[in-house]
Design a protein around this ligand. Sequence first.
Ligand SMILES: Nc1ncnc2c1ncn2[C@@H]1O[C@H](COP(=O)(O)OP(=O)(O)OP(=O)(O)O)[C@@H](O)[C@H]1O
Ligand SMILES: [Mg+2]
Length: 242
Amino acid sequence: MKKPGIFITGTDTDVGKTVIAAGLALVLRAQGIRVGVMKPIATGCLNFGNRLVSMDVAFLMEAAENEWTGFSSPSRYKHPVAPKVAAELEKKEVDLDQIRKAYAELENKYDFLIVEGIGGLMVPINPKYYVTDLIREMKLPVLVVSKPGIGTINHTLLTIDAARIRGLDVKGIVFNRVPRANLSIAEMTNPKVISELSKVPILGSLPDIEDLDVERGKFGSLREMFQERIRIDSLLQDLQVK
Ligand SMILES: Nc1ncnc2c1ncn2[C@@H]1O[C@H](COP(=O)(O)OP(=O)(O)OP(=O)(O)O)[C@@H](O)[C@H]1O
Ligand SMILES: [Mg+2]
C-alpha cells in the first residue's frame, strides 16, 4: 500500500540532508508516528568487518528507531563519489530492482517514509537514470535543504526548477546552519527572495547545533531545535499524516 512520505534533497552535498531527515524522524517519532528511513544509494561507506556501512543510514535509523534490516540501505559503495562513478569504479551496477523492493518492504512496515537523497537532484545513478527519476518512481514530494548564504538563491532556484521540470512536487525549503547572530545581508534576505520567486514555502531554519555530529552518531539538541524552529504542521496535513 502507498504510504505518505518525503524525499529530502539538497542544493548540494554536505548541506545537511541527513541532519534534517533525522530531525524530522525524531519529531515524528515523538508524535508516535512509525517512521521508516532510507538512503537508497549510499556512497562513501565505511568498512566494518566485511560489511560496508553508511553512517548516514546508521544516524537516520537511530533517529527513527528502526530495527536493523537491509531495506534502509539497499545499495552501498565505498568511494565517496556519485553513484554512477562509484558503480563503475567498483564494477557493481546500481541494482534499481533491489531498491524498489526495499522501498516496498519499508512501505509495508512503516506509516511514513523519509528518504534521503544522494547529493543533489541531478546526480547520476547510471548513464540514463538520475536521482530525479528515483523520486518519480517513489512518487514522493520533495523537501529541499539549502545553505543560507551568498549563492543559495541560484542553487535553490535551480534545484526547484529541475524538480518541477520533471514533474516533482516541492513542498518546502529548510535552511541549515544559519548563524544565530550577525547575519550577513544575503543570509537575512535570501529566504524571502527564494520563497517569493519560487512560491515554495520556507519551513524554517536550523542553526549550528553543538554536539551534533552525523559521523559520530550524536544528536545533541536536534529534536528540540527541529521542534522549535521547523514548521511541519501544514506539511503533515498536506501529506495526510494523522
Ligand atoms: N545544524 C548543524 N549543526 C551542526 N553540525 C551540522 C549541522 N548540519 C550539518 N552538520 C554537520 O555537517 C556535516 C554535513 O551534514 P549532513 O551529513 O547532514 O549533510 P548531507 O547533505 O546529508 O551530506 P551528504 O551529501 O554527504 O549525504 C555533518 O558532519 C553534520 O554533522
Ligand atoms: Mg547525508
